[in-house]
Each structure stands twice: as structure tokens, then as C-alpha cells.
Design a protein around this ligand. Sequence first.
Ligand code: MSP
Length: 499
Amino acid sequence: MSRYFITTPIYYVTAKPHLGHAYTTIIADALARWHRLLGDDVHFLVGTDEHGQKVADYAEAAGKSPQEFVDEIAPLYAQAWERLGITNSDFIRTTEQRHKIGVAELLQRCYDAGDIELDVYKGKYCVACEEYYTDDELDEGDLCRIHKRKVEYYEEENYFFRLSRFQQRLLDWYDAHPGSIKPEFRGNEALGLIRGGLRDFSVSRTSLKWGIPLPWDSKHVAYVWFDALANYITAIGYGSDEQRFNDWWPGHHLIGKDIIRHHCVYWPAMLMSAGLEPPAGWGVGGWLLVGGEKMSKTSGNVVNPLDLVDEIGVDGFRYYVLAETAYGQDGDFTYEGLIARYNSDLANNLGNLLSRVATVVGKKCDGIGPAPAPDSTLAAVATQAYANAAEAWNDMQPSKALDAAWTLIRATNAYLEANEPWKAEPSPALYTVMGDALEALRIVAVLASPAVPASSQAVWERIGLPGQVTDQRLPEAAGWGGYPGGLTVVKGDPLFPRR
Ligand code: MSP
């Protein structure tokens, strides 16, 4: 059995989760679910980023201690993920002891390797990004390009990570691991950053107290990005359970395009310095924009994913997130788009197929689903749908993977329209048509389950299949002929009532 370790970014606990956070988390969840179907042993990590200046500022503004503040916000993330059907195996908070132990270990290893040294930092810092910038990286008036807010001037003694020493090693590593960043154009962005030259970055602060102290100099606390990135290894036992760590590392990271530098440049260099393997891979998503802008509290365009779920259901929302935008590109969230996707793909295609099949089986087959024909014309469509879906998931392209599954839905609807079983008298030919459609639904339920898990299970049960769709194993479960026939088919309420 192969192991698959997948992570999301750990989100800053400055506010409750918004659509942008839900976006990456749902994609990671779908990938985790797909890998479970493949029979992989999956470890799926999510969490919250709780240290640093930004969080300390928010806590102060709320009149709370940082710890009180993060203790209030972190559970909102855990609750939101539960509501969205996220199947994470762990949730790490960077204020946990296991994390602090692992961060200290990682810092010490890099320090012992000679890659962390004391120096003086003078320059500009964006607190919202928790990132230093040079003048040519800022807009006029010293504005951060991402947050459009003024950076602050800092001058203090810092420890620096000697990133500049890693340029060639990183280039060689990426050269030896082509395609490790998906999609490819995002990988090229990372390579561009490395080729453009690497500056050492500060890994400590003396002006800040809300963080993890450096093990060899406790006047300094660790820079929040060093602390945060380490979550991916501290959660699986780095510094506390070596066996477990070796079992899971290296893992796959899903991130947004704004944190490529940290994940694809800083992080592999930090790991190399500590004598650890770089990540197994990265998936880099674009932003989900609202009204053409990245969602943020300052832009005032924050969409609460839980409101949308109340309206359209968990699966309707998950499906939209996964199907609407090609992963890697920016997408524009619109309410109209959400409804349109729901009506066309879920209500009219999948929902309608299930309802037609259940109606005809009820009326013409005494409610008992017949078996499919081994040589049905739909068999080849199903084989192709599986092959395309598998390739797309492997490329981290959920929208393509779902489109592949939906080709089978569309072909089955067309097959029914061509045969018009609702007009025919019961006959062996009619039974075969219905058996074929039930078999297509069975395969669709498996292929759609990473996106719409509850609805896939409902399809599974209504066509009379026992057990859980999530217990199916690919590729066998996508092979034509798995629907045995002789099962009770139930019509039930519409799976996706039109909106
Ligand atoms: N805490 C850091 C990540 C540390 S990971 C070791 C952080 N947190 S964040 O909450 O600000 O953002 C985390 C991720 O969410 C980023 O990759 C960002 O791109 C993503 N999103 C935040 N808003 C987004 C959208 N509107 N659309 C898509 N993703 C966006 O950065």
C-alpha cells in the first residue's frame, strides 16, 4: 500500500474562515478522498497558524491575550471543516507543545549546520504578509502589492537563514524532480524566483514575544514563517516521534499562489539545511476572487462559506469549488455562477439521471434493478471516463476529473433518450437498457464521491448497493459489470432540487 500525505496551508487565526480558505481545503479533501479510493494509506493534515505579529496585533485590538484570542478562533476552523465534510486526519495548532518541540529541533539543526547566523536587519516589513520587502518590490508610497497597505520600517538584530547559499542546490533539486510543482506554469514561477537570486531571510525577532524562542538564544523568537512551515513535519512527529515522521515524510502541499516563495523556495532549503528531504510535491492554486479582488477583511468582500452551504448544501458548494475553476488559475466567485453550476451539472444531469432511472425501474421493472449488458456501448464510455479522471486527479486538476465523470452521466442520459425506455413495454431489451444505466450510475457514484460524498452515497443506496461508496477500491470499482442486478431501487426525493 502506498502512503499519501497531503497538507493545506495553516490559516492565520485572525478571523473566521472565508471562502478562500475553504477553497484550498476542499481541493485537498477531494484529493485525499481520491487517494483513499485508490487504496492509498492517506494522512491529511490541516491546521492554524497562531504566532506572529499579525495575530498579536489582532489579539491586542480585541483586548485579549494572544492565547485567549487564538483559543477562540481556532475552533471555528475545525467546525467549518467538519461542516464542509473535510476528512482531515489531524489538525495542528502552532501553539501546541508537539509543534514547539519540533520547531526548536528544526531551528537547532539549521543552526548547527551553520546556515543560521546573527546579523542586523534594516528594512521594510509588511505585517499582513509577515514578509520583508525591498523598495523595488513595493508600490509607490511603500505599499505592499498584495495588501495595498503601508509597510513598517524595522531595524533590529536578527538571526538570518542563509538562503543565498541554496540557489544551486534548489535548482539542481528541481531539475531532478520535474513536474513536482503543479500546474507547470506555477512551477515556472517558483523557478523564476530561484533563478532571480536568493536573499537571506530573517528567522528571528527580539521585538516580538508571541512566538517560539530560539533554543540557543531565548531573547529571540522564531520568525512566524519558519514556525509555520515547520507544522508540516512537527505534526507527523518531527522532534518527537522519529518513526512516525519517517513513515509519512515527504508530503504533498497544497498552497495558494501568494505563498509560493515560502513553500517552494524557503521551505525546501530549510529542509535541506536540516538534512531532511524536500516535499514530495506541491499544488499551487490561484485565488478565488470576489468582484475581481482577493477576498480580505480590508476589501470588505468576505464570503462566508457556511452561509453558502446553508443555501445550496455541502455537496453543491463543494462541487462548485472543484468544478468551476481550473486549479492553478484565478477564479471569480459569483452567486449566479454557483446556482448555474448546481442547476446544470447536479440538478439537470446527475439528479435527473438518477430520478429517471429510478422512475422507470419502479414502473417497468417492479422496482428491481436489472443487471447491465457486458457489451453495452456505455462500457467504453465508462472506461474512458475513469482513465481521464485518474489522469486529471494525478495532475491535480479536479475540474477536469469531474468533467470526465460527467461525460459518463451525459452519455447515459443520451443513451436513455435514444432508447426511450419510459415509452416501452417491459421486455429483455428494456431491462438491459436500465441495467446499463444503473451500472453507469454505480460508476458515477464512485468517481463523483471525492467531490460530492453525501450525494454519491445517496445514489449508491438508492440503486440498492450495500455498504459505503467510500469503501470501493479503484480501478476495480470502475470496471464495467459491477452492478449485480436484482437489487431494490428507490426513487426518493430529488437529490438536487432545482434552485
Ligand atoms: N498562515 C499563512 C500560511 C502558512 S502555511 C505554512 C497564510 N495564511 S492565510 O490564512 O493568509 O492564507 C493561507 C492560504 O489561503 C494562502 O495560500 C492564500 O492564497 C489562501 N487564500 C486566502 N484567500 C484566498 C482566496 N481568496 N482565494 C484562494 N485562496 C486564498 O498565508
